[in-house]
Design a binder for this molecule. Sequence first.
Ligand code: NAP
Length: 253
Amino acid sequence: MILNAFELSGKVAIVTGCNTGLGQGMALGLAQAGCDIVGINVSAPNETAEKITATGRRFLDLRADLSSITGIPELIEKAVSDFGHIDILVNNAGIIRREDAIEFSEKNWDDVMNVNSKTLFFMSQAVAKQFIKQGTGGKIINIASMLSYQGGIRVPSYTASKSAVMGITRLMANEWAKHNVNVNAIAPGYMATNNTEQLRADEDRSKEILDRIPAGRWGLPEDVMGPVVFLASKASDYVNGYTIAVDGGWLAR
Ligand code: NAP
């Protein structure tokens, strides 16, 4: 039956940056669908751990600063030694720096590119190697953005990094589909999380954005729960290299 194809019992999902925001919402959605969760965070994910364990699933709390890729092998090793296998990776951790392009610093460029693109790629590579070793296939879900499609304002490294996410999602899908590894992305629209705190605090920008969203509201972490479960499940086995916008209609305007 088709609803069984969405069932994730017995699966193990790594979610990066799940102490808050969209990562927390997606970790919770995956746990509600049956996954045990490996959270990779810099900050303590206490609230997420509580919410996951309340669903009856296990939560493994791993800590790492994902601005560097050096810790990745150890993270994968710990996840595998605890749960025995990995089935799903959600590359959610991301940062944004706002500064006029004319003044934009090298640090603001490198910091954002490192977390949002470089680590996302090398984390995917390490997990794909594990999927291939297991012989089980697997699902990789990258978190893109409206700025994978559009230019944005005052966020040059964010736009570069999220445009790269959409591109390398396609590349990884092309190379790994033969191993039954699906690589896709979710492009959230304007969501009410820490990432958009500054935007929402600016009354003019906030009104401008809200007026352009057909759904007439900012998105919420709950809005990405269904799409991530779909992309993590058997229901999406023939979806490869695609970025799904979850944006209240922003791109349709
Ligand atoms: P958020 O609340 O700022 O969440 C970002 C997450 O990434 C947090 O868990 C954060 O940890 C983690 N993180 C940042 N730097 C890290 C590092 N060096 N090492 C490990 N973890 C790190 O914002 P969000 O909106 O939920 O963002 C989640 C993803 O969605 C990001 O990739 C973001 O770019 C993307 N996105 C958001 C929107 C939006 O409108 N909100 C739209 C499109 C795409 P800390 O809390 O400890 O900093």
